[in-house]
Each structure stands twice: as structure tokens, then as C-alpha cells.
Design a protein around this ligand. Structure first.
Ligand code: I3S
Length: 126
């Protein structure tokens, strides 16, 4: 059954609660403010919501763009230097935003790190 085969190739990830903080924007360092955020992968973008219910609300208002980042050409790597927390990775976007994402649950953060990194690397960065 071919349709089943295709489905298995799709990442099964949609949304997850992760701790998130922005640490810089356009080269300007920002004060850390870790907040638990509902993170949603939507093709080449990561969208951020305060809670998962907000995502459903947002889909009813197609004119409103959710807060988020474009992963095209972003650099994604684990870091042990930017935070004392465990399981932290950094996303540096082409527009110069630097974000940290973290979860105490390694299997969860690891899965998201791998998928986000893959998307950032395969997206055309031109
Ligand atoms: O990189 P920093 O400045 O040590 O990050 C810590 C601070 O943002 C701290 O806030 P205050 O400066 O208000 O104390 C946060 O509470 C900590 O969580 C930050 O460090 P971690 O290691 O958790 O990212």
C-alpha cells in the first residue's frame, strides 16, 4: 500500500511544549526570559504560542500571522555554554535572531532538534 508508505516518511511531529528564550536579535544581546511555549512546526517555519489552544484559535483568523521564525538557512546546534540548563540547543536565523530551546526530557528535545536542523539545512538559503 503506497499511501501508507508515504505517510511513514512524514515527520510525525506537530507541536510540543518546550522552554524557549530569545538571547539576541540582529546582533543585539537580550535579557533571557525562559517561558514554556507551544512550538509548532509549519513547513519551513517554527510558530510559537502561549498554549496549544491558541494555535486552534489562530487557525480561525487566517489574517493573523503567528509569532515565529523562518528556519530557511538557520544554524541549529546544541550548546552547553549559553545556559546552565541541560538539553539546550540554539537556533540562529538568517535575520540574526538567536533563540534557545530546552526540555528536561532528552528524547523529546532530541527529536525536535534533529527535525529542526534537517529543515534548516535542506531549506534553500538564497
Ligand atoms: O545567561 P544568564 O544571564 O546567566 O541567564 C540566566 C538569567 O537570565 C536569569 O535571570 P536573572 O538574570 O533575572 O536572574 C534566569 O533566571 C536564568 O534562568 C538564566 O540562566 P539559565 O542558565 O537558566 O539559562
Amino acid at each position: 500500500n503506497t499511501s501508507q508508505g508515504v505517510q511513514q516518511l512524514q515527520p510525525s511531529l506537530h507541536g510540543v511544549y518546550l522552554n524557549k528564550t530569545k538571547i539576541a536579535d540582529g546582533g543585539k544581546k537580550l535579557k533571557k526570559n525562559w517561558t514554556l511555549t507551544w512550538v509548532v512546526l509549519s513547513s519551513n517555519e517554527l510558530h510559537f504560542y502561549k498554549e496549544y489552544k491558541q494555535e486552534a484559535m489562530a487557525s480561525l483568523k487566517p489574517g493573523l500571522k503567528p509569532e515565529g521564525v523562518d528556519l530557511c538557512g538557520a544554524i541549529v546546534d546544541w550548546t552547553t555554554e549559553k545556559s546552565s540548563r541541560k538539553n539546550v540547543f540554539q537556533i540562529t536565523t538568517r535575520s540574526g535572531e538567536e533563540l534557545l530551546l530546552q526540555s528536561d526530557d532528552y528524547p523529546t528535545i532530541s527529536k525536535w532538534h534533529d527535525v529542526i536542523k534537517k529543515i534548516a539545512e535542506k531549506s534553500p538559503s538564497a
